[in-house]
Design a protein around this ligand. Structure first.
Ligand SMILES: Nc1ncnc2c1ncn2[C@@H]1O[C@H](COP(=O)(O)OP(=O)(O)OP(=O)(O)O)[C@@H](O)[C@H]1O
Ligand SMILES: O=P(O)(O)OC[C@H]1O[C@H](OP(=O)(O)OP(=O)(O)O)[C@H](O)[C@@H]1O
Length: 230
């Protein structure tokens, strides 16, 4: 039985993951063309590479269909309930950095912090008769964060992409999304609340606790750990 390693299937996350493993002696490469979602690992026997969307890797880990997987800590924590029981964080990989933040319109001059947002949300509800809307795809992480900060006067609206546009489109008053350069926020007239990010994410190598760790997989894993200096 091979050790299954889930790797992002496209973009910079895929390239940097290939580079990270390559620098440690495990050469990952696509088996065929750019469109062929098969890949191979060279340098250590017994490893099967599975190319998956970064957003799918958390669920594959939680289901135990892959033994190891690379994805962002943000999507892992968002998609896997009680994640520490399901996966082990083996190593942060030093790329794919992005902060999950809350942002509000620049012209909300009285709102710079979460406390300000709390006050604005109460006023918003009084004035409009419905709760202030925060657009996001990170429902679990935002809910937990708001609960931890005792903020209840809001509602989440689902946005699976182009989230910064929801404010201009008047389907939300604020957003919670990841940012790296901040360009998308600036272009959409939004500013980040000054309390620090909900989560600072980066690409990370995870191990699925519930996968089938047969003797031969464990043996491959031990050799891989040595190779990767884990
Ligand atoms: N600037 C960035 N833009 C988007 N994602 C980023 C950025 N920097 C780092 N990331 C990370 O890349 C990962 C992408 O996850 P996402 O779910 O969007 O991927 P995906 O499944 O490949 O998406 P899709 O196939 O829908 O484009 C997340 O962990 C995210 O934090
Ligand atoms: O701070 P920046 O460097 O501008 O990057 C942040 C943007 O990148 C991501 O979007 P992505 O391109 O993954 O598309 P999405 O809208 O489908 O999530 C994220 O959702 C932000 O919109």
């Amino acid at each position: 039985m091979p050790l299954k390693l889930g790797v992002p299937s496209k973009g910079r996350l895929m390239e940097k993951t290939f580079d990270w493993f390559g620098a440690r002696g495990l050469r990952l490469r696509r088996a065929g063309s750019d469109r062929d979602y098969a890949a191979v690992a060279e340098g250590l026997g017994g490893v099967e590479v599975v190319l998956l969307s970064a957003g799918e890797i958390p669920l594959e880990l939680a289901a135990g269909r892959i033994h190891l997987g690379v994805t962002g800590t943000d999507v892992l924590r968002e998609k896997v309930a009680n994640w520490p029981a399901q996966v082990e964080e083996l190593a942060p990989l030093g790329f794919g950095h992005a902060d999950l933040i809350i942002a509000v319109p620049n012209h909300w001059v009285d709102v710079e912090t979460l406390d300000d947002l709390d006050a604005a949300a109460a006023a918003f509800r009084r004035d409009h008769g419905f709760r202030l809307r925060i657009a996001t795809k990170y429902h679990r992480l935002v809910r937990e964060y708001m609960q931890a900060h005792d903020i209840a006067d809001y509602q989440l609206v689902d946005s699976q992409g182009a989230t910064e546009g929801t404010v201009k489109n008047e389907t939300a008053e604020a957003i919670a999304d990841i940012t790296s350069t901040g360009e998308t926020l600036r272009a959409n007239g939004l500013k980040i609340l000054g309390d620090g990010p909900i989560l600072a994410s980066q690409a990370t190598l995870f191990r699925a606790r519930g996968a089938e760790w047969s003797d031969d997989v464990q043996d491959t894993y031990a050799r891989l750990r040595q190779m990767l200096a884990l």
